[in-house]
Ligand binder design. Structure first.
Ligand SMILES: Cc1cc2nc3c(=O)[nH]c(=O)nc-3n(C[C@H](O)[C@H](O)[C@H](O)COP(=O)(O)O)c2cc1C
Length: 344
């Protein structure tokens, strides 16, 4: 494996760097565009219900906007019925929503009971044949458009079905896998199982991205070494920290890793991020959602708990300026060099 290599997935190419893992409620258009600017080599929409699309839901298509940027963008579908997944894929691939995108991704990782209950998300790891049938149906509907799969290593430690599911999905036409190195039972902690990701990588011949707990450039390289994977996908580590993508890209290219942002840079990007959310969704909805984003940007600062509370009370874009002013104020009382603070 050469870290300088571009990964080719049928018709899409991933430059060196890390992908932004999809996160419902976080990786909206504003965050994806920002991470892309900092070097994310691929982005994926928040998960979209195939059934909702086929029923004509009007909100779901909004989740699919934001493609057409510099990095390949995938629309992620979830569902448990192969025919419905195929129908939704055909609607998207046929241009019904007029949204630019580069590939379709299938969710086989979500652990939430409302998703796994009917048999979607990580529940597909308990039903490898159904997982295969879904990929087959989506690939058939997608034509030349690449279809990728995001999965976990298994349902629980007694059912480490990731290898079987990945092999079946590859047979059905999957062009890339992103593997979150946990079982469904483990949800999001404790640590990941790099050895299980490595087994999936070894079992298939298409590119595999390793995923789970990457928060530093060094961590990204270590995970690639441990798993033999072609790249990494970053989720929570990117929350409030789009700079991580530039750091990972530099590390992969053997370049000097850029310094962490200064406080002023951090807040300039936070403002830009929240402004973009307001432009996309309107101030009222955006500011509710921006509360958690703003709190993530405050991580590692002095007075973080107080700042988090202030973030949670924001209702207008102007409130963000008050929070930023409070953040500066709280840092100025500290004896240490917090003006060039590192995001921990
Ligand atoms: C709030 C949240 C929402 C998520 N939503 C999705 C989703 O819509 N689709 C998906 O495939 N994974 C989703 N995930 C899983 C992440 O993509 C990723 O696999 C997981 O967080 C582990 O990677 P990390 O340690 O880098 O965060 C979500 C995770 C979080 C924390």
């Amino acid at each position: 494996m050469n870290l300088f290599d571009t990964i080719h997935i049928r018709t899409i190419a991933l430059a060196p760097g890390a992908a932004l893992a999809p996160m419902a409620g976080a990786t909206d258009k504003a965050m994806r565009r920002l991470c892309e600017r900092f070097g994310a080599n691929m982005t994926v929409s928040e998960m979209v219900s195939a059934r909702a699309l086929t029923m004509g839901d009007r909100k779901s298509p909004l989740l699919m906007t934001g493609g057409g940027g510099s990095a390949p963008f995938g629309i992620q579908l979830f569902g448990h019925e192969p025919d419905v997944m195929g129908e939704a894929a055909a609607m998207i691939a046929g241009g019904k929503y007029h949204v630019p995108f580069d590939f379709l991704d299938i969710n086989m990782g979500c652990p939430a009971p409302k998703i796994t209950g009917p048999g979607a998300g990580s529940s597909l790891l308990r039903d490898p044949k159904r997982a295969e049938a879904i990929v087959r149906a989506v690939c058939r509907a997608a034509g030349d458009i690449p279809v990728t799969v995001k999965l976990r290593i298994g349902w629980d430690e007694e059912h480490l079905t990731g290898v079987e599911v990945a092999k079946r999905c590859e047979d059905a036409g999957a062009a890339l896998f992103t593997v979150h190195g946990r079982t469904r039972r483990e949800m999001y902690e404790p640590g990941i199982h790099a050895d299980e990701i490595a087994k999936i990588k070894a079992a298939v011949s298409v590119p595999v991205l390793a995923n789970g707990d990457v928060t530093t450039a060094e961590g990204a390289l270590a995970l690639m070494r441990e798993t033999g994977c072609d790249g990494v996908a970053v989720g929570r580590g990117a929350m409030g920290n789009p700079w991580l993508f530039a750091q990972i890209r530099a590390a992969m290219c053997g370049e000097e890793i850029p310094a962490p942002p200064t406080l002023a840079e951090r807040f300039a990007v936070l403002r830009e991020h929240v402004r973009a959310m307001c432009d996309d969704k309107g101030e009222r909805i955006a500011m509710c959602e921006a509360r958690s984003h703003a709190a993530w940007y405050m991580r590692g600062l002095h007075g973080a708990a107080k700042l988090r509370r202030a973030c949670c009370a924001m209702t207008t874009f102007l409130d963000l300026e008050d929070v930023i002013a409070m953040a500066y104020e709280l840092q100025s009382h500290q004896p240490s060099d917090s003006s060039s603070s590192v995001i921990e």
